[in-house]
Design a protein around this ligand. Sequence first.
Ligand code: ZN
Length: 346
Amino acid sequence: MHDTAHPLLPPGTPLLHRAPDTLQVGGVDADGAVLAGADPAAVATLLAGLDGRRTQRAVLADAAAAGLQPGSLGALLDGLRSTGALLDLDAADLLASDAGPAAAARTAAELPAARDRTDSSRWGARRAASVLVQGATRVGVPLAALLAASGVGRVTVGDDGVVTAADAVVGGLTADDEGRPRGPAAADAVRRASPLTDLRPLPPGVSPDLVVLSRPWSASDPLVSGLQDAGVAHLVATVRGDTGVVGPLVVPGATSCLRCADLHRRDADPRWPVLAAQLTSGTDGPSGSTLTCWATALAAAQQALAYLDGSGTPAALSAVVELRPPDLTPRLRRWPPHPSCGCTGA
Ligand SMILES: [Zn+2]
């Protein structure tokens, strides 16, 4: 490993003294125990200080000054890397993070999680991403807060309405927000979760990387958003009745779209257009229990981050993840491209 690497031991990794001369690093809830022999107390102190902000060269120089053998310590760090217990930050990751000790403390647990299947960091991509959540709902606001706290650089919530008492939810709008404009109240909720996230609306003519549609029925109206024609990726994340709905995640030109889903519903029920018109014309009131809203927000955040990071294949591409109480076990329903839609050219 090059000595300009920036080693990071994720916060909370157990450093356990197995015996007077033996230190165990991790390996309690996951694979990856590594046993070190020499001077375990000094090694533990040094490992606990691996925050990804110093080069390996600087770490080993400090180790030498503390009386440790840089060679054996370097081998230990390589051993920890091979088990996945130790990560190396990219210098660009640090530049992409908010400055200051408080921001660094908040980031410490998020940064190691932003990795793809090849263990490459996707933090920079996440920090550069922008998300617009349409609908300051009991799903949309906690979801916006989750994305911001996970490192998404710019998160805005669009909603022109007024907060009602029923909108309050853990991590979202509060009881004290009743009567406030929904947009600023949602921005405050995001700020509580992540004080330095950019909350400014995007400049005119600039599209977000992802739009989340979190109103129950208007979210799935293929005519409402215009996002398909604009080529903007969009994800439905809402609760209808008591069921959490995450998806489809529409990547225009590459997946099925909201119109495809609408056409499938028409195939199953010829009267669907009459029903849909009533559903989408009504006011979307708050629905879903706190647990259902949160399970939905969590599942949606995972889908959004997988898409924004490129860190995984989102399950909601041309599909819907449904979460029904009481078990809230995710169930996948496929919405393949509809042959009459032509949106994917398929
Ligand atoms: Zn389509």
